[in-house]
Design a protein around this ligand. Structure first.
Ligand code: FMN
Ligand SMILES: CCCCCCC(=O)C(=O)O
Length: 361
């Protein structure tokens, strides 16, 4: 019987086990980490106005997303470098995703090749795309993701310019010998720069396309038959533009507080984005600071079709590999199930905005 009951306990365990450079990279945010903290805290400022006497004997957490039915509305956000947390890295994560009945979104910067990840999967894998200055390298990534069997592409739009990440600078973040960005081997862009301080900024500077604009979303949507999502949106007008430029889905995200510090907590901008996308058929996911089932419930009630979690997956992975990731997903899903039952709701579709109210001061 596990003595871990919460995602916070997984974070504490991972913190004890991981080298400081890795823990800080996973845990950290941009600059003063204000958005990082606000992502978490914003859920506490919302109360759940629950119903009673609703017969909640039979409950289901299943949802349809991107044309697929999955058991659990908690998806795995794309995060780089899983082999810094466990030897099997992304293979552990994708096996856990399959057993939990959810989607894994694989990072461009995975430390396992997309072909190997999909081969180990028993559920859907989506591919997160960073657009490289070298468009042929970007096309190659798309073709590899398609050929491997990924079922959607997720274009990350909030990292054209690298943020200031003081923890990584202080620690001189680098990739250890033997760990590399496996999806970029073919395009000859696998190397992590040797620099003073963190190599992350230098890599992004050299490789990511800073000129990314809305017409590039049309370009990507025209390049592939896969559904295209855009990740990193925090405004209604941008969400609407994304839909106009061919996005099938939008991920409301501020990159877990790792890019523009003092950008808004994602749960606070979700209603604006839901409103902007009304009637467009564009699906909505959101991430940032989700650590409790009640956080998930609030996001779903305010109009997200599902949520993603980033760091808690890495904590599970570091603490206990595949079993740790499965346990993180199990704990959060169980908390959501309890929160739904106690709110008088039996299915995700029945979570509605009237359940949520600002906490009275
Ligand atoms: C260590 C780490 C690496 C990340 N790498 C990527 C990435 O490669 N691509 C991407 O689009 N987002 C990346 N993100 C952002 C996550 O996809 C997600 O937006 C964020 O982690 C959600 O917040 P949470 O960690 O509070 O759940 C990363 C986040 C972390 C913590
Ligand atoms: C190799 C440099 C880029 C790493 C990007 C991973 C990421 O998005 C993050 O937030 O960290």
């Amino acid at each position: 019987m596990s003595s871990i009951f919460s995602l916070e306990q997984y974070r504490e365990k991972a913190c004890k086990q991981l080298p400081k450079m890795v823990y800080d990279y996973y845990a950290g945010g941009a600059s003063d980490e204000i958005t990082l903290r606000n992502n978490d805290r914003a859920y506490d400022r919302l109360a759940i106005r629950y119903h009673v006497m609703q017969d909640v004997e039979d409950r289901s957490l299943s949802i349809s997303i991107g044309g697929e039915r999955i058991d659990c509305p908690i998806l795995i956000a794309p995060t780089a470098f899983h082999r810094l947390a466990s030897e099997q890295g992304e293979l552990d994560t994708v096996r856990a995703a399959g057993n939990a009945g959810t989607v894994m979104i694989l990072s461009t910067l995975a430390t396992t090749a997309v072909e190997d990840v999909v081969a180990a999967a028993s559920g859907p894998v989506w591919f997160q795309l960073y657009v490289y200055r070298d468009r042929q390298a970007t096309r190659d990534l798309v073709r590899r993701a398609e050929a491997a069997g990924c079922s959607a592409l997720v274009l990350t739009a909030d990292a054209q310019v690298w943020s200031v990440r003081e923890r990584d600078e202080r620690n001189g973040f680098t990739l250890p010998e033997g760990i590399s960005m496996q999806n970029l081997e073919a395009s000859g862009k696998p190397t992590f720069p040797e620099t003073e301080g963190s190599g992350l900024g230098a890599y992004v500077e050299q490789n990511f396309d800073r000129s990314l604009k809305w017409s590039d979303l049309d370009w990507l949507a025209g390049l592939t038959d896969l559904p295209v999502w855009i990740k990193g949106v925090v405004r209604g007008d941008d969400a609407r533009r994304a839909a106009e430029h061919g996005a099938d889905g939008v991920i409301v995200s501020n990159h877990g507080g790792r890019q523009l510090d003092t950008s808004p907590a994602t749960i606070t901008v979700l209603p604006e984005i839901v409103q902007a996308l009304e009637g467009t058929g564009t699906e909505i996911l959101m991430d940032g600071g989700i650590r409790r089932g009640t956080d998930v419930l609030k996001a779903l009630a305010l109009g997200a079709d599902g949520v993603c979690i980033g760091r808690p997956i890495l904590w599970g992975l570091a603490a206990n590999g595949q079993a740790g990731v499965e346990d993180v997903l199990r704990i959060l899903a169980n908390e959501l199930d309890v929160a739904m039952g106690l709110s008088g709701v039996t299915s995700v579709d029945d979570l509605t905005p009237d359940l949520i109210a600002p906490v009275a001061e």
